[in-house]
Design a protein around this ligand. Structure first.
Ligand code: AMP
Length: 398
């Protein structure tokens, strides 16, 4: 069974064709600058060099047509015809409270996803365009929606309600939703498998540390709390996002800088976090280089980042009355032994000790805690596309 995984952004589209007989990636790629001058597709068929094709893509329709042309191309394609695509899995950012799991797409599901648009105005409309174009170009092929928020729908009210007038929740749907759910689901299952356990046997804390970063408490297989909130701006101090701040700062900063509310939120999303603290550095490779040179802003930024990860881990140990395993994942979590080591320095009270040699490795499933450590600490590379493909296969096969 071949599953096409589509992740549609407002001006970009990522795709992977996954052969589910062995879960291998047959081809993957990215369409960039959709609707903007200079659009191009970068296409990587397995085992061959990647190919870049400049081609006008005024809308997502042309982008998806080009993806399908690449996949079926005589020379560099990986399938003979579109009939070899058995199902399509779509990443959808926001499923609100309507979707607690992935779902086969039909007209009714599309209507309900549209109702969630106001909760993710930048992302959901683009996700829906991808769905609609694929349905048009591949009629009869089953499609599945996989939501970033769905995994967190198991959170109890004490974790998802804010201390606001209750109409905020009842009338305006303001609550903690959480994001990165597909990654947290994949990693929490994968770490259990790697440790030879079932997810239902473990209390796990997943640290998804990428440019966007969030932490999730997974209690016996279910998300019970997570650091992102109503939007992905909340929680950890991130690459360019502020994470949690005193909400009164918004008005105060807007007044000081003469900004509108929308402009201030834009600063919190795009000009804060590591980038804001250092005046322009958000990539941890640059931040670590600065740290090692003694650059004060980089030292502070990294210390703040690691301290905040450790604070959330502590909170989630309390939420689950203990923890059996901690997983580091995503760009920073998988690659930076430096950050992992610094976070774990705070966790000695849990009986955690780290093996520096193992912690120096990266990019594969590995255990970085010592055998006598009371909690297993692991690196588990995330794979959201594979999670989407697995959910799609399970639903399509019924
Ligand atoms: P993601 O959002 O998961 O793709 O993560 C991207 C981030 O991972 C980059 O912005 C870097 O901060 C970080 N990253 C990637 N490779 C490395 C590395 N070798 N060492 C440290 N950080 C890395």
């Amino acid at each position: 069974m071949n599953i096409l995984v589509i992740n549609c952004g407002s001006s970009s589209l990522k795709f992977q064709l996954i052969d589910m007989t062995n879960e291998s990636v047959a081809a993957k790629g990215l369409c960039e600058r959709i609707g903007i001058d200079g659009s191009r597709i970068v296409y990587s068929p397995a085992g061959k060099d990647k190919i870049t094709i400049e081609s006008p893509m005024p809308t997502h329709t042309e982008a998806i047509k080009l993806v399908l042309d690449c996949l079926t191309d005589k020379e560099n394609g990986v399938i003979d015809s579109l009939a070899a695509i058995n199902a399509v899995g779509h990443r959808v950012v926001h499923g609100g409270e309507k979707f607690a799991d992935s779902i086969i797409i039909n007209d009714e599901v599309i209507k309900v996803v549209e109702e969630c648009n106001e909760l993710a105005p930048l992302h959901n409309p683009a996700n829906l365009i991808g769905i609609n174009v694929c349905r048009e170009l591949m009629p009869g092929v089953p499609m599945v929606a996989v939501f970033d928020t769905a995994f967190h729908q198991t959170m109890p009210p004490k974790a998802y309600l804010y201390g606001l007038p209750i109409k905020a929740y009842k009338e305006y749907k303001i609550r903690r939703y959480g994001f990165h759910g597909t990654s947290h689901k994949f990693v929490s299952k994968e770490i259990a498998n790697y440790l030879g356990k079932k997810p239902e046997d473990l209390r796990t804390i997943v640290c998804h540390l990428g440019n966007g970063a969030s932490i999730c408490a997974v209690d016996h297989g279910k998300s019970v709390d997570t650091s992102m909130g109503f939007t992905p701006l909340a929680g950890l101090v991130m690459g360019t996002r502020s994470g949690d701040i005193d909400p009164a700062i918004v008005e105060y900063y807007a007044n000081k800088e003469g900004l509108t509310l929308a402009e201030t939120i834009n600063v919190l999303n795009k000009k804060s976090g590591m980038d804001g603290l250092t005046g322009g550095k958000s990539d941890f490779r640059d931040l670590e280089a600065g740290y090692n040179e003694g650059d004060e802003a980089c030292v502070n930024a990294i210390e703040i980042f690691c301290y905040n990860v450790a604070r959330f881990v502590g909170a989630y140990v309390a939420a689950m009355n203990g923890v059996d395993a901690i997983a580091f994942t995503a760009g920073i979590g998988e690659n930076s032994g430096f950050v992992r080591g610094k976070v774990c320095e705070y966790l000695g009270y849990l009986g955690i000790t780290i093996d520096p040699e193992e912690n120096a490795k990266r990019g594969e499933n590995l255990t970085i805690s010592t055998p006598d450590s009371k909690v297993k600490v692991c690196v588990i590379p995330t794979n959201e596309e594979l999670m989407i493909a697995r959910d799609t296969k399970a639903l399509v096969e019924g």
